[in-house]
Design a protein around this ligand. Structure first.
Ligand SMILES: [Mn+2]
Length: 373
């Protein structure tokens, strides 16, 4: 039996101020392409089943374009007569009971089995049971839902658990509504042939379990994600279980570092051979206030004009021997701001109060800056 497991496709996510020829946000289009690439691979591989472990859409109320795209692609699976089982993730579950879940719309397709009613449901076929546990807003009922699984395990069939959560605190994404799987219930994993997980955006096996996998996302959902190995899992279930990860081609994501003290030499030495249509991050370091003014973003953008997008990060030379660490982009500004407070405010209590306030504001700014998971 062959099963394809994929996850976290975040259809409708848009990022960066760049559009394609049709006026669609280019990153949004990249997510559609990744999804279509997986559907192509499915149709070529012809697995017995396809499973998706959540975050099909980026939002609980996706755009018309995202919905139309998803339905068109799922229709291709229906035409190929391949059953598709999907659970809701935290991104596609409404936070209030007044809005209706988007996955309900998928039930109009005959081959789609969508589990989104915030409770455990077994999806039963002739040779396999998919134990589907969708995202649940009320964490307190999760232990009871987990208790319902074992009675539905059929030893004559393959048993596959599908969940969208963090197994152990390691896989937390710091998002609204996410939950950690209770360690004391990991015994359920041993009764399953395979545990299909969604939520974490990298592919990989979980802990010491040989049969528990995150499929990972199909695209990079933030600029912090530099992974190139996005794709899907092909699961072959015979006497043994084999798990292989297949990658799909992604837009390049490249990082460059330029020492501002040796700016001209470093520029001349840059290898720009792969920048075409890439997502580029340029870190300028060893900057002083004056060299930072001299090296404009415009100059950097011109240098990398073949790239799809350029993000410039500025790291200033440490002030008064102070080492600046952490998120360079905003901390350098924060450090400058705080050193300015220290210079211009003599009263120590007032100095402390203003510094704390500045830190809180910068922390808030940083949070809002990268809300694209
Ligand atoms: Mn996700």
């Amino acid at each position: 039996m062959k099963i394809i497991h994929f996850s976290d496709t975040h259809l409708g996510l848009s990022d960066l101020d760049v559009s394609d020829e049709e006026g669609v946000n280019q990153r949004e289009a990249d997510f559609y392409k990744a999804f279509a690439d997986v559907i192509d691979a499915i149709i070529e591989t012809r697995p017995n089943y396809v499973i998706h472990t959540g975050d099909l859409f980026h939002r609980a109320s996706p755009s018309n374009r995202a919905i139309t795209f998803a339905l068109t692609q799922l229709k291709r699976l229906e035409s190929a007569a391949i059953p598709f089982v999907i659970i809701a993730g935290n991104h596609s579950t409404p936070r209030t009971s007044t809005s209706s879940p988007i996955l309900e719309a998928l039930e109009t397709l005959d081959n789609v089995h969508a589990v989104f009613r915030q409770r455990y449901e077994p999806v039963i076929f002739d040779n396999v049971v998919f134990h589907a546990l969708p995202h649940i807003n009320n964490e307190r009922i999760i232990p009871d839902e987990l208790n319902r699984i074992e009675a539905n395990i059929d030893p004559k069939k393959k048993n596959i658990l599908m969940m969208h959560c963090s197994v152990g605190a390691h896989y937390l994404m710091h998002e609204f509504g996410e939950w950690v799987y209770p360690k004391e219930r990991e015994d359920i994993f041993e009764k399953m042939d395979y545990v299909a997980l969604g939520h974490w955006h990298g592919f990989g096996a979980v802990g010491k379990h040989p049969n528990v996998y995150y499929a990972g996302s199909t695209e990079r959902t933030s600029s912090a994600d530099k992974r190139d190995d996005k794709g899907y899992v092909l699961l072959e279930l015979g006497d043994a279980v084999t798990v292989t990860h297949h990658t799909i081609p992604l837009r390049k994501s490249l990082s460059f570092s330029i020492d501002a003290e040796r700016y001209e030499e470093e520029l001349a030495a840059l290898d720009l051979s792969e920048i075409q249509n890439a997502l580029v991050e340029v870190k300028l370091y060893n900057l002083t206030a004056s060299s930072s003014i001299d090296i404009t973003n415009k100059a950097i953008n011109t240098l990398f004009e073949e790239a799809l997008h350029v993000k410039v990060k500025r790291e200033f030379k440490a002030v008064e021997g102070e080492q600046i660490e952490g998120n360079i982009e905003s901390i350098s500004l924060e450090a400058y701001f705080i050193s300015h407070i220290k210079e211009s405010v003599t009263d120590e209590t007032e100095q402390k109060r203003l510094s704390e306030k500045a830190k809180a504001l910068f922390a808030h700014y940083e949070e809002g800056d990268d809300d694209t998971h």
